[in-house]
Design a protein around this ligand. Structure first.
Ligand code: ADP
Ligand code: GLC
Length: 481
């Protein structure tokens, strides 16, 4: 039995702010559990929902030497979907009413604490993974610590690590003196071939230098990040390590996201009956959100973190033009204030055409995936993207920009061949996007049978973890034999 430990800053069903949590919660369930004992470790945030908190049970606690103090480290555990989750507990770091705060310095200290606490906890709970699979910058120091102070300890000797990039934009950068003090790493780690980048310490870079293998969440993104446009300053390093870097596309949990059984939606449907039944969800959504109740209106959905990454400046640029069309737009998201206010403004301006829902709601997200006709995601960059996969699964046709995982998972409609599962455009250009939305609109209004065939193909596509889980297993085998 090979032992694998996933370490991340969030994971479904306990805590989620974005796609990372979906991956952490769904991929391990699809790894072959006859051959792999796979467990997960995340922080115990006090903002976790009460019903989830109640599932956690105390295991142990100890004190760890950290940042020149003795810090408390509690370990709790819980089961979900047949997988063991461990939680690192410390109220100073994981208190607060949301997982991530705005004080950048504190975030750095918090996740260095987490990385060290994870490794320190393993001998105490007596779980010795053969491989630690780290996700994103918050866990970047784990591969570094593994090769440094923990290496002398026979418990850790030979333990492998993998670093997965879900988003290269976030790297955990801070000044070298502070990071040196907090991490306790010696001077020689802070050079350009190790943790230093552009005169700062960079936690993700540490992970990318020291991990035994690297992955990211789609093939196209794996290529893109070796270029300066997408490389966020680390393209040189990623090119140098390209032999160790693989792109493995994300899947989704096809049980949680299933239009036939989804408890969040009122009218269940499948590939056979979506023509009659999907529309009922649209009606229900129009009613719930106070939009004009009209079956025929082309309804576009957006469920997203409201950040630059997702291409909202393109939408801002052409929203007035788009709202002249016979359409409805439903937005669900939170994030940067300027985008929250932008959508509130259009909601106010276009009353029963635009509905801006500036909050987080699992239930409403499922209703949007089920109720809309199309799903808009014009990202500037997109490592993988899960929302478009969810939309496809619910027969809601994605309109995307051809970047990263969007390019790999949405096959553009080709009216001559009668193929494709969505619509896409290449350049980061507002009118190119508008043209593509209008093309989709035209097919929807004028060629309904064609439209339904796109929906049919979208619902037929396989976005389970099956194939990708196999690729992770292959990588684990290659690393640990
Ligand atoms: P990212 O991880 O970059 O935010 P993904 O497309 O990979 O983008 O994943 C986003 C996930 O977060 C999806 O599961 C989506 O449904 C969910 N999500 C985003 N915003 C909200 C929101 N306001 N309410 C509910 N779910 C949301
Ligand atoms: C990141 C990316 C997103 C990806 C998700 C899960 O949040 O922005 O594209 O789907 O991680 O890997």
């Amino acid at each position: 039995m090979k032992k694998i430990l996933f370490v991340a800053s969030e994971g479904v069903p306990f805590i989620k702010t974005g796609g990372l949590a979906d991956v952490i919660g769904s991929l391990p369930k699809c790894i072959d559990r006859e051959h792999y004992d796979i467990r997960i470790m995340i922080p115990r945030y006090t903002c976790m929902r009460q019903e989830m908190q109640e599932k956690l049970s105390y295991m142990t606690h100890f004190y760890m030497d950290f940042n020149w103090k003795e810090e408390y480290v509690g370990v709790l555990q819980a089961q979900a979907g047949g997988i063991t989750y461990y939680f690192i507990d410390n109220e100073k770091y994981f208190g607060g009413f949301k997982p991530y705060g705005d004080n950048h310095y504190f975030e750095i200290e918090k996740y260095i604490y987490f990385s060290k606490a994870v490794l320190s906890a393993l001998p105490i709970i007596d779980f010795r993974p053969d491989l630690i699979h780290c996700h994103d910058w918050q866990t970047g120091l784990i591969p570094v610590f593994l090769k440094e102070r923990f290496y002398g300890d026979p418990f850790f000797r030979g333990m492998k690590s993998v670093m997965t990039i879900h988003n290269l934009k976030f790297q955990g950068r801070w000044n070298i003196d502070d990071v040196k003090r907090i991490s306790g790493l010696p001077d020689h780690y802070f050079t350009a071939d190790k943790l230093e980048a552009y005169n700062a310490a960079n936690l993700l870079k540490g992970g990318l230098v020291y991990a035994d293998a690297l992955t990211t969440v789609s093939n196209t993104y794996a290529e893109e990040i070796k270029t300066s446009f997408y490389g966020e300053g680390l393209d040189g390093l990623l090119s140098a390590r390209s032999g160790d870097l693989r792109g493995i596309v994300n899947g989704i949990d096809c049980e949680d996201f299933n239009p036939e059984t989804d408890p969040h939606i009122k009218y269940h449907y499948n590939q056979e009956n979506f023509r009659e039944r999907k529309i009922k969800n649209k009606r229900a959504l129009q009613k719930e959100l106070g939009l004009a109740e009209d079956d025929k209106k082309f309804m576009i959905g957006i469920v997203s973190r409201l950040t630059d990454q997702k291409g909202f400046d393109l939408i801002d640029c052409v929203m007035d033009e788009l709202c002249q069309d016979d359409i409805q737009i439903v937005v669900l998201g939170t994030g940067e204030e300027r985008y929250e206010n932008m959508f509130r403004h259009f909601d106010w301006k276009y009353g029963d055409k635009v509905s801006a829902n500036i909050y987080y709601s699992e239930a409403l997200s499922h209703k949007v995936y089920a109720g809309c006709d199309a799903f808009l995601m014009p990202s500037l960059f997109e490592p993988c993207g899960l929302s478009q996969l969810m939309a496809l699964r619910y027969g809601t046709v994605p309109i995307v920009r051809e970047t990263g995982g969007l390019k790999d998972t949405v096959q553009p409609y080709n009216e001559y061949e009668g193929s494709g599962t969505g619509f896409s455009f290449a350049n980061y250009n507002a009118h190119e996007m508008l043209g593509t939305v209008r093309y989709a609109e035209a097919i929807y209004y004028k060629k309904k049978r064609e439209w339904n065939k796109i929906v049919d193909r979208a619902m037929k596509a396989d976005f389970s973890w099956h194939v990708s889980a196999g690729k992770y297993q292959e990588m684990y085998d290659w690393l640990i034999g």
